[in-house]
Design a protein around this ligand. Structure first.
Ligand code: PMP
Length: 306
């Protein structure tokens, strides 16, 4: 990842990709106290456009607020950097990673002289869970790891340290031959995937868990809007794992994962065992919106060129 041409925005300046480095005593590297975003730019007819950039930047600032992290840049400055990460690297469609982290100005949990640094990088990234799986669907397994408890880490923050839990769950799922993990909350109800929100379809209705123990996903929100506009009933409630077993369809959503069908959970086939018709419709609509092929919700796209 680090040995390539390109430019990365770091603390207000565009630096050569290979020079965008930080010291080994970087505080966030030791303790995980940072916040970040992952968003995508897509090829649209009028040029590359970032999907729901404002929403992602707003969440970044909410995450920083929760973590008591003073933001050294305005939303406008971060948004300009996110656009620049696409235009300056001549990208047409890409994944954008924006992160705020504490530097190496001090060490130890009690350090109080830390500076907040901000980076924005973008690169081409295909289907997160595999191109084939966007049609075929993935196989998931309930994790033995409980999703972070709401009073242990702050789940409304997309905070770096929260992802230890995700990494452990994903490693376990992959080691057992599955594509992704489904983490349950501390009461045993479905929370989310290691980097995705969960949806199920049953009797023509769409269900998704409430977000006490899950990230407030921006794709989740998009899908809920699209589904409601299609006349689908969308129900937010606690979902048990056996409700997923007997669902007609299931899928994960995320800026990286987009809309990924789930075909098997804990060895049980979901529905017909491939992408279901409602999943297919919502997935197709999602791709229409992100690529600017529909005029309604033009506000979801920020074109990179002004
Ligand atoms: N849950 C977790 C743990 C995630 O990391 C992500 C990806 N950001 C999501 C859900 C989906 O969120 P979004 O749709 O905003 O990308």
């Amino acid at each position: 990842m680090d040995d390539r041409d390109g430019t990365i925005w770091l603390d207000g300046k565009w630096v050569d990709w290979r020079d965008a480095k930080t010291h080994v005593l970087t505080h966030t590297l030791h303790y995980g106290g940072g916040v970040f975003e992952g968003l995508r730019a897509y090829h649209a007819e009028k040029g590359p456009a970032i999907f729901k950039m404002k929403e992602h930047t707003d969440r970044l600032f909410r995450s920083a607020h929760i973590m008591n992290m003073p933001m050294p840049f305005s939303k406008d400055e971060i948004n300009e950097a996110q656009r620049g990460s696409i235009s300056k690297n001549n990208l047409d469609s890409a994944y954008i990673r924006t992160m705020c982290f504490y530097g190496s100005e001090g060490m130890g949990l009690r350090a109080d002289n830390l500076k907040v640094h901000v980076m924005v990088a973008a690169w081409t990234w295909g289907a997160y869970l595999g191109a084939d799986n966007m049609e075929k669907g993935i196989r998931i397994r309930t994790s033995s790891y409980t999703r972070n408890h709401v009073n242990s880490t702050m789940l409304k923050a997309k905070a770096n340290g929260n992802y230890i839990n995700s990494i452990l769950a994903l490693q376990e799922a992959k080691a057992n031959g599955y594509d992704e993990a489904l983490l349950l909350d501390h009461e045993g109800f479905c929370a989310e995937g290691s980097g995705e929100n969960l949806f199920i379809v049953r009797d023509g209705k769409l269900y998704t868990p409430e977000t006490t123990s899950a990230l407030e996903g921006i794709t989740r929100d998009t899908i809920m809007t699209i589904a409601a506009e299609q006349g689908l009933e969308v129900i937010v409630k606690r979902i048990s794992r056996d409700e997923v077993y007997i669902a007609d369809e299931a899928f994960f959503t995320g800026s990286a994962a987009e809309v990924t069908p789930i075909r098997e959970h804990d060895g049980r086939t979901i529905g017909s065992g491939s992408r279901g018709p409602i999943t297919e419709k919502l997935q197709a609509l999602y791709f229409d919106y992100v690529h600017g092929r529909r005029d309604d919700h033009a506000e979801w796209l920020t074109y990179v060129a002004k």
